[in-house]
Design a protein around this ligand. Structure first.
Ligand SMILES: [Zn+2]
Length: 124
């Protein structure tokens, strides 16, 4: 066996190992995406009420006391359609109730999805 052939073989092996790692990573990502079910997220109005966040006002955007800073007047804006929130005082914001849950309870994406019942098939 020539040394050039040996090197070529080693390079091939390394490439194959990299390809396997890439495939495993892609599979893990697909599983994460497929197991999160956005349609199972709780209704935003019910969710915020259950979190002890009283929504005040009418229309798409409601006002609430912000739980992310010492709030004396309602600084938090909550969009009831999708649960998006944005604080005018401290800048806390997110696009849905999942983002709120992650931020408020210091959870990972998956842990928050499980807690909100939006994760399919157990908690593995
Ligand atoms: Zn705030």
């Amino acid at each position: 066996m020539s040394s050039a052939y040996y090197v070529a073989q080693q390079v091939n092996k390394a490439r194959q190992a990299q390809a396997v790692r890439n495939a495993q990573h892609a599979q893990a990502q697909r599983q994460t995406q497929s197991r999160f079910d956005r349609s199972r997220l709780p209704n935003p109005v019910e969710y915020y009420a259950a979190q002890g966040i009283a929504l005040k006002g009418q229309g798409q955007w409601r006002n609430a006391l912000c739980p992310f800073h010492e709030d004396s007047k309602p600084s938090l804006r909550v969009r009831i359609e999708n649960g998006a929130f944005c604080c005018m005082a401290c800048g806390a914001k997110g696009g849905d109730v999942l983002a709120f849950h992650i931020k408020r309870h210091g959870l990972s994406f998956k842990a928050a999805a499980i807690a909100l019942g939006a994760w399919k098939g157990g908690s593995r």
